[in-house]
Design a protein around this ligand. Sequence first.
Ligand code: GLC
Length: 741
Amino acid sequence: MNKLALSIISLTTLAASAGNPVYLDTKASIDDRVADALGRMTMEEKVNLLHAQGKFYSGGVPRLGIPGLWMSDGPHGVRAEINWNDWGYAGWTTDSITAFPALTALAATWNPSLAQEYGRALGEEALYRGKNVMLGPGVNILRTPLNGRNFEYMGEDPYLAGELVGPYIEGLQSTGTAACVKHFALNNQEKWRGTVEVKISDRALYEIYFPAFKKAVDAGVWSVMGAYNKIWGQHCCHNDRLLNQILKGDWGFDGVVITDWGGAHDTREAATNGLDIEMGSYTNGLTTEADGFSFNDYYLADPYLALLKSGEADEATLNDKASRVLKLIFRTAMAPEKQVGALCTPKHYDVARRIGSESLVLLKNQGNILPIDPAKYGKILVVGNNATRALNEGGGSSELKVKDMISPLQALQELWPGKVEYAEGYTSGRPLYEQHENIDTAALAQLRQEAVAKAKEADLVIYVGGLNKNAYQDCESTDRESFNLPYQQDLLIEQLAAACPNIVVVNLSGNPVAMDWADRVPAIIQGWYLGSMGGYSLADVISGKVNPSGKLPFSIPYKLEDVGAHSFGEKAYPGVESATASGTLIPGSVVEAGNNPVVDYCEDILVGYRWHDTKKIPARYPFGYGLSYTTFDYSKPRLSAKQITQGENLTVEVDVTNTGNVVGAETVQLYISDPKSSLPRPIKELKGFKKVSLQPGETATVAFTVTPAELSFYDPAKGWVAEPGKFIVTIGNQKADFTLK
Ligand code: GLC
């Protein structure tokens, strides 16, 4: 080897020993790499890993060449680039992405393999955008249809959410991008989200609000986001029982707990109660900054370092936090085989389109007006602001900047050239996020009259309305203030139906809404925020290219008073302000002015259909309901045994036949009832589902395995128990009449 080469080698070796960037052995196991890095780090460097260095960037170890973590919202796509240290958008020209359908849409597909495709495609876009942690999925449970963020979550049932959240996480993390399941736990309303103390029984916690998070941990999620609210007197982002005892202890979570932005409020609690990375402190998590605070002022920055140096905080806990963060970095930013990402590919658009079309729920189809045969109609009129509105914008942190956004109107006009006219019918009439809107009733009346006049001349009306992403609609940080559709749409729909009896109503929303006009329209489709390919997804179903197979992920009640959370006065929602204010009010932080409100989950485990069934209050359309353009017949369910001993499994079989003349998919659902139990149980609980696609005339046998887990309930005194006794198995079928037992 010549002299020059020898001198280069010696130079490199010299540099390494002088503490300049060294490259930790990426071939070693993650645990070995963590131990190696930790052993080289100073106390200050370990603390530096535990808090933000930017709005969406947390610290690394520059001296060792260990990068920090780039985080990004949200659950439905990679959010546009945000400035280093304020909530403004950076105005890049390279961050337009694919908006995937909202998670309520994914839930409505009841299709775990689609969830896996969703996560994988999102992960590829995150890779291209250089993000290591995607701040999603959200699996908070829909206990009230007024919650502004239900569109980001997966409905009212923990089993359905749990079966879909795992595959989504596996798909996302298969790209080397971390998921961050949120918001742990009980962030089930936006009103007072930063301060509200949730009062809840352990039974409801473990049977309703925990299961989807537990399934996420069992699926190997690499990070969890703490919720803003409080439980047991502590904020969820640093809560000893929630994070140390349950999440990291009982459930064995080996990843990183990240605050929601601005969710940390106390150094000593942050130091000892299970928090690993503190983000967004001193902000309201969406729009405000508190000036005068630097990243070193974060609770887990200099204040924590001071506690460590004074011996008031122990180094063992610091090492645990730092090890978890290092592990996350080695799983993502420093993964040995970095994968290549991509944006807005045909594959990603296909995934978005298929999830969208498979998510649409056909609620009513009187006279089989759907699918539409355009040859039967002269003039087709599309009405509604949601037929053209860019529903990727707004809604809060999950908002997206897209390369493409196919609207329903565009897709229908492409499908039926020259036949489709449009009337807006209604408008929200104000910019996004503007607080309380001043409804311009004169403008609405004008739009309504124009639309109704056109409807009188039309042969078919396709109405596309619903909620949108404005404040007080489906939007973060505010809850809805009415169960009814906004902008006088109920009146508009009634008048359109009177003007043109051939009307199809498409409701796009992330929450149930009042449908008092349901008996006066022949067809209703419940749709969602469908993302970049949403117009095509909707046109695919309306035209019959795709046979709808969506099932409701939540009940649609007749009225708000029929909902458990709204049956115990305001203490159950939105809560009441307690006598004692607590917590220091940091200016501009998410801890809003006023005393600490307390919300009491009085309905306990009876959430959604559990309430409707037990209280015998029928929903207008029940959870799990959804029609098809074909019909399905079910055989009587068959059991592998009439009697099983404790611990033994049971097989339930049912034959399903497509008795119509078009191919279609049906989701067969299995519910368990335990009529006699030592603690009261809901009438029935979802414990299995399988989606099958059947050709006309085809029959398939669908089999479920029922194990003790599916028969169990949570007894706070004993844990999960499956008590001996009689159980009833109910098969949920297309008619959702739950008569197959
Ligand atoms: C927001 C949201 C959270 C989001 C985070 C970053 O306040 O609550 O879901 O991921 O802050 O934007």
